[in-house]
Each structure stands twice: as C-alpha cells, then as structure tokens.
Ligand binder design. Sequence first.
Ligand SMILES: [Zn+2]
Length: 308
Amino acid sequence: MTVRGAIPAPDLGMTLMHEHVMVDFIGAGQVSKDRYDPDEVFRVVLPHLARIRSLGCRTLVECTPAYLGRDPVLLTRLSGASGLRLITNSGYYGANDGKYLPREAHQESAEQLAQRWADEFEKGIEGTDIRPGIIKIGVNKGPLSAVDAKLARAAALAHKTTGLAIASHTGDGAAALEQLDILAAAGVAPSAFIWVHAQNARDTETHVKAARQGAWVEFEGSTESAVEARARQVKALVDRGFLNKTLISLDAGWYRVGEPDGGDFRSYDFFFTAFVPALSQAGITEAQLRQLTLDNPREALTISKRLL
Ligand SMILES: [Zn+2]
C-alpha cells in the first residue's frame, strides 16, 4: 500500500525499508504543520529521492510516525514528482521515554489505539484518502514499560484487522524478544514483525533467536563510521542461514524541522555508494543483495494476516 494507492506486491521493486523524509523533534505537545513550509521541504528532498530512483530504487518506506513529522500529503507530492513509490505508516513512537506520544497513548486501551490505526487504513489518514502501508511503533530497551508493551499489543491487534506488517524501532534485543511474546499472546505470528535497529543488539545469537521464530531482522547502515560493522552483522546472520529473514536499509534523510534548510540532510544514495560496497566487501553476493533489497521487502510488505 503506497501513498498513491495499492499496487501488486511483485511491482514493489528494489526497496529501502526504513528511511525518513522529514522529522520534527519538538515533541508531541508542540508538533504542528505550522512549523514548516511543505514547499521548502519538497524542494530540498525531491533531488534526493530522484537520485535514488535513477540508481534503481523503486520504493522507499517512510518510517516517520505521527507526532514526529509524518506528512502523507507531502509524501504523495514527492512520490508523484520523483517517480519513487513511498509508503507511510500508522502507529506511535514510544521510544525516547514517550516524548513523541500523544496523550491518548497513555489514556486509551490497546484496543482503542489499534482501532485508531486500523481506521487510518480503512478510511485514510487525517481526512485524506492516503493509507498506511505499515504499522510503525517505537519502544525503549527491555523490560518494556507499560506504555511500550501497550503499543506492541495495539500493533498486534491492528495487524489482525489490517494485515499490515509491524515495524518497531526497538531499543535492544530483550525488547525485541518481549515484543514477539506480546504478538504471540495476541495470536500474531513473528513473521508480521520487523525488528528495526537490530544492530542495537551486538550479538548474532539474539538476531538468530528472533529470526528462528520467523521475525524479520533489520539492520540500517546510515553512517560512514557504522557501515562496515553493519555489513558484518548482516553477513553473520546470513551465514547462520537466515538470508530469508534479514532486511537492510539506511535510516537516512531527516529534513529537520526548525533548522535552516532542514539542517544536514543525509542522502539516501549513501546506500549505493557505501553500504552496498561494504556488504559486498563482507562477502554478500549479488544474488543475496537482490533478495535483501527486493524479495524480502516484497514478502514483508505484502498485506496479509500472519496469525498463529
Ligand atoms: Zn528511523
């Protein structure tokens, strides 16, 4: 489900699973569409999207949740102008100790939150006909706080009605495994879950534990200093037999609301100029890279209810 409507999963093409167009770090209490000029963001970001389109990327999952700068109308304009498919999300971000959580995240039940997210999928986001293609949540390190555990349960319930995959920004390995338990208790299969920022767990054993259950394990290699270590983590999980459960992306972009010209935008083409060469250096083959960037995203993003 892209911001411009549903497409057959085989058409997704090469996909970056976890990127950002625009982020506003002001916090849920003050975040507002009045804080930025969408025309200016459009002007700054468009060349970056067009650039990776020209390098072969066809779909980019925009993982900025509501209350952190999600703007589906802006994404739709950018998608139309760049020719790159964009996917947006429903869900709340509980990491950073709840700075980006709206009041209802604390006040409402998991069922009520799940209903809000499912409504966005059924009816569109914020009065538009733009629908989410993924459920995105964020949680701190384990053991999960009560509100983080509620977000995971809400995501599981929303999956059961929408069939959207759940991508969770996750503080550490313990929090990843705890979320899989919460999904299981709600009857949702691990294959509906994408463990975002799996690099936060340094040991391959924890990655193997999640992948063996059937969860997607995602690594992002966004910076010059991190890219080689990230490539080695990917290779280690692939070598354990879990190529078919591994996802990769950059976690780049980040037009920052409130900074002049959006601050220091991190270009997505770093994926092609640095991460891909580092993966190949680490021993990932062309065929494996194709599975990581094309076949696995297609399977993870296909709308289907994955139940136990
Ligand atoms: Zn991110």
